[in-house]
Design a protein around this ligand. Sequence first.
Ligand code: ZN
Length: 286
Amino acid sequence: MFKKKYAVFTMDVEAFSDTECIANYNKDVNLDLMDGFDEYIRILDKHGIKSTLFTVGSLAPKIINRLKSCIDNGHKLALHNYTHIAPMDVNEDTFKKEILKAKNSLQKLFNTDIIGFRAPYFSLDDNRLNILKELGFKYDSSHLDFSKARHTVALNLKGFKEYSKNIFRCGDFFEFGLSKQKIMGNAYPISGGGYVRLAPWGIIKNVINQYLKQNDYYVFYLHPFELTSQKIPFLKGLKPYDQYYLQYGIKSYGKHIEQLIALLKNHGYSFVTFEELLEIIHKDSR
Ligand SMILES: [Zn+2]
């Protein structure tokens, strides 16, 4: 239990071509939709909210100025793998080498400590989680625990104890779970991504509202393309679901995120980065 209620806004900072259906598409789609990143930061800045930015290591040098100016303004940089591949698709040795390469390169580029990780596709097991611990990370935020998610392997979190609802601790390392709420008896992710954007807003807003009333910790995540003002082209040959995933709800997402921020404020939530939340936990446990 926290003494206050906390909301953490995060972005998985990746190129549009990292989106799963685009990565698997048979032609190169070189669209720069990073204006969605700028729009996200604009919305947060307007409300004085700082975000944790889980960034793909190999993308960081290409958007260095954007990231530098965010860091200068108090946003925090964390890691979203070196390239956007599912950690469970590579062996543990490769995973370790890539993570170390990415961590060192980000630390050098931005002169800041990288202590947080989120796995692409939330694809992470306990062994890989332990590798993050070994490499000096202080937290991970990949625990979605939703069996219907593609790629996702449930973390067993062996050796972890629940510090607070959906936050788990092992020594000085933390796993920050993604928020879920029951809809008709089944837990549904309400932390953002397609789960929030594609759902009917009137319904998902009520579900989030119920959750916020009952809890004291909420996490939101999204991707740059989800706030782009550019038109995402209709790509021939993509499955109907993928077309829908790439198009639906993008125009109104900014407005919905502002409504979500208002909802959080009404429920008395304070906005923090994961890095700040770690400090709060250490202070609270003293
Ligand atoms: Zn990702």
